[in-house]
Design a binder for this molecule. Structure first.
Ligand code: IVH
Length: 699
């Protein structure tokens, strides 16, 4: 939510003349802002346009500037409520990624097994990991150039964060200069946090002086760091643990363990409980030990992060979408709370899936107020035996959507009845069906179901798809209801077809409308991978969309291949299924999508309106395998099939599962059979494993 001015806001009340009036107006607007905050941040479902929000928010600030006592408990002091003017943005030189989660011993054993498999190590080869307490704060990237701190940036969305350099000046744990032996460019990453004792003290002082109190140390740390006025940050006792790095002009160490010691020597603080661990037993013992210590620590931790110690192995392991293969977060049990289930509402998703959502008596879980939780599906409701009116236990783990985990049977009111899952779609009345082997019940209404249509549009504009600024879920719904948005192409005709009407809508004005149209125009050029993902085809997530974009290169190629693949036994179908990770199920969904007239019309329309760019070649184009098709076969000994595949793809090669005339290289390990024979017949270049390594090293 960015800054806008109130001048064009029709629903903004007059400035009050007396302090009583001001108090009343402040209370009313605060309440509205809080409900909008919840809708935006918790439900990801804004209730008003950014402009309206900003106008109201600015009015609060204005009132507070006349009557400072109104600041106490005002939403203007809340974390997550965007400031009237924002921070400058900082693009991270290396993205700040997230971690996959583990919850059990089994997950840890799997994590180690995956690593061994990927690296082609035997089941018992040692894999050393560093275990670090997972600090519940907010991550920060510190960039040093020529040994001087130049920028401190929050994580933001991982590729772009906020510039908080001025606000870290007083954090003693953050060195402002590095010693002479440090390289010219160094980015150190870690967690900013507030100690529990400091948090309690801060809250006590805040309460005394009429300032805002915080729900937990994490919020206090975030609120303190993200202060537009650095003099306020300076007074807040923030601390910092270093645990990782971004861009480096020279390598600092060969292992995570040595890295931590190195930066400690530079004046950073690393967590003293960090430990070198050797196997699953070691890991579990450390987890149990830390779990016992957890209540006595002076800072909040929500788990332990395990990282493969050896950087060379980390490099080989690489990343799966946005998380490293070489690290995992082992979470401590989720926080739970009891509350009343007031209603069950069934929501309809873009693929027609009916999801039951529990509407709850609001309750605080780990510092966050929760009023909705997922009940997943029909089976889950039956398993829990949950009824409207029941007391339930909900749990919230990190960023995961809260869920109902238990029903307190002893406290069931007398007048409850068994819950009947609907047989029809609550939005369009079509029959709701559950396919064999599927957990989800789906609305069969397809195109006639408005809920599906609107959800598809919301998906189309969502963050990982078109990511259109100023066109959030709420606006999509509003424009859909007005009949201005029916299909994705309509988004790009909003200005020409409904520009004047939008400018006159309640809560809108020239400025907010211009912002929306700018946001739309900025996305008239889009990468093929985002484009495919935005179409919302069943089973096609970001990773698969990327795979398809890379494989087919251009929209035209991809489209015609999906049409051609509709022919059983066609070369196009074989090629599609041959793409690693695309099985017959995914292929079927793609083909069915493209076989629908309506979907092809949507594509034609979008092709007229947009420039869809080919996916950037992932690496230098002059490496010898870029654009080539490679098949791996036989028992590979120097690397695992998966590692080989990931590496080949990172160099721009396509990895196929079977040999055809299109194959450029067959890499054959010992025991290769029919594929080798076929390659020889077709005259395909055959390499052994070392030959492959030599070839890709020659880039
Ligand atoms: S490493 C690519 N180490 O956890 C790996 N993260 O879920 C990047 N965190 O955003 C993170 N303590 O805010 C790492 N010792 C630690 C951590 C840690 C806390 C947080 C961090 C990150 C999130 C990832």
């Amino acid at each position: 939510m960015s800054a806008e001015h109130a001048s064009n806001m029709s629903d903004l009340p007059e400035l009050p003349a007396s302090s009583t009036e001001a108090r009343k107006q402040h209370a009313e607007i605060s309440e509205r802002i809080r409900s909008y905050n919840e809708a935006y941040h918790v439900n990801d479902d804004p209730l008003v346009s950014d402009a309206t929000y900003d106008a109201l928010f600015n009015r609060l600030i204005e009132l507070e500037s006349h009557y400072p006592t109104l600041k106490k408990n005002s939403p203007t002091q809340d974390v997550g409520a965007a400031p009237a003017e924002g921070f400058a943005k900082v693009k991270h030189a290396r993205p700040m990624l997230s971690l996959g989660n583990a919850f059990s011993r089994e997950d840890i054993v799997d994590f180690l097994a995956r690593i061994r498999r990927f690296l082609n190590l035997t089941a018992h080869s040692p894999v050393e990991v560093v275990g670090e307490p997972k600090i519940d704060g907010l991550s920060l990237s510190l960039r040093y150039e020529n040994r001087k701190l130049v920028t401190a940036a929050t994580r933001g969305d991982g590729s772009e964060g906020e510039d908080v350099t001025a606000n870290v000046a007083h954090i003693d744990d953050i060195p402002k200069t590095l010693p002479d032996d440090a390289p010219d460019v160094v980015e150190i990453r870690g967690e900013v946090y507030m100690a529990r004792s400091a948090f309690q003290k801060l809250n006590a002082t805040q309460a005394e002086t009429g300032g805002k109190t915080f729900a937990n140390p994490r919020n206090a740390a975030a609120g303190s760091l993200r202060q537009l006025d650095p003099s306020i940050s300076a007074k807040r006792p923030l601390r910092f643990f270093a645990y990782s790095f971004g861009e480096l002009s020279e390598s600092l160490a060969q292992t995570q363990w040595d890295f931590l010691h190195k930066v400690e020597g530079w004046g950073f603080v690393t967590n003293p409980l960090t430990r070198l661990l050797h196997d699953a037993d070691d890991i579990i013992a450390f987890y149990d030990e830390l779990g016992t210590q957890r209540p006595d620590l002076d800072y909040d931790i929500d788990g332990i992060v395990y990282k493969v110690n050896d950087f060379e192995l980390q490099l080989r392991l690489g990343f799966v979408s946005r998380s490293p293969r070489w690290a995992i977060a082992h979470k401590f049990p989720a926080e739970k709370a009891r509350t009343r289930l007031n209603a069950i509402e069934v929501q309809v998703g873009r693929t027609g899936a009916l999801t039951p959502v529990a509407r709850l008596e609001p309750v605080t879980v780990g510092g966050v107020v929760v009023s909705n939780a997922t009940l997943h599906n029909r089976d889950e409701i039956e398993r829990l035996g949950v009824r409207v009116g029941d007391m339930v236990v909900i749990q919230r783990a990190g960023d995961v959507i809260p869920q109902v985990v238990e029903v307190i049977r002893d406290e069931r009111p007398e007048d409850t009845t068994e819950y009947q899952f609907p047989d029809t779609c609550p939005k369009c009345g079509s029959h709701a069906m559950r396919e064999e082997g599927e957990a989800v019940t789906r609305c069969t209404g397809g195109l006639i179901c408005p809920a599906q249509a609107v959800e598809r549009l919301k998906h189309f504009v969502s963050r990982n798809a078109f990511d259109i600024d100023g066109l959030g879920a709420k606006n999509v719904e509003a424009f859909f209801e007005l009949g201005w948005l029916k299909s994705p192409g309509d988004i790009f005709r909003l200005e020409s077809d409904h520009g004047d009407a939008i400018r006159k809508l309640e809560g809108w004005g020239d400025k907010s409308a211009a912002k929306l149209f700018d946001g739309v125009n900025e996305r008239r050029t889009i990468g093929l991978d985002r484009f495919i993902y935005a179409l919302g085809i069943r089973q096609i997530g970001q990773a698969t969309a990327k795979l398809l974009a890379r494989h087919y290169g251009s929209l035209g190629e991809w489209r015609s291949a999906m049409v051609a693949a509709n022919e059983a036994d066609s070369e196009a179908l074989r090629e599609l299924i041959n793409i690693d990770q695309i099985g017959p199920g995914v292929a079927k969904d793609l083909i069915e999508f493209m076989a629908e007239d309506h979907n092809r019309e949507v594509l034609d329309d979008l092709q007229d309106l947009l420039t869809i760019t080919d996916v950037e070649a992932p690496t230098v184009s002059d490496n010898p395998v870029n654009g080539k098709t490679v098949v791996f076969t036989g028992k590979l000994e120097l690397f695992s099939r998966n590692e080989a595949k990931v590496k080949a793809e990172s160099l721009g090669a396509k990895v196929a599962g079977s040999v055809s005339a299109k194959t450029d290289y067959l890499v054959a390990g010992p025991g290769a059979g029919s594929k080798l024979k076929k390659a020889e017949e077709l005259g395909v270049t055959v390499l052994d494993e070392q030959g492959w390594l030599d070839l890709i090293a020659a880039e």
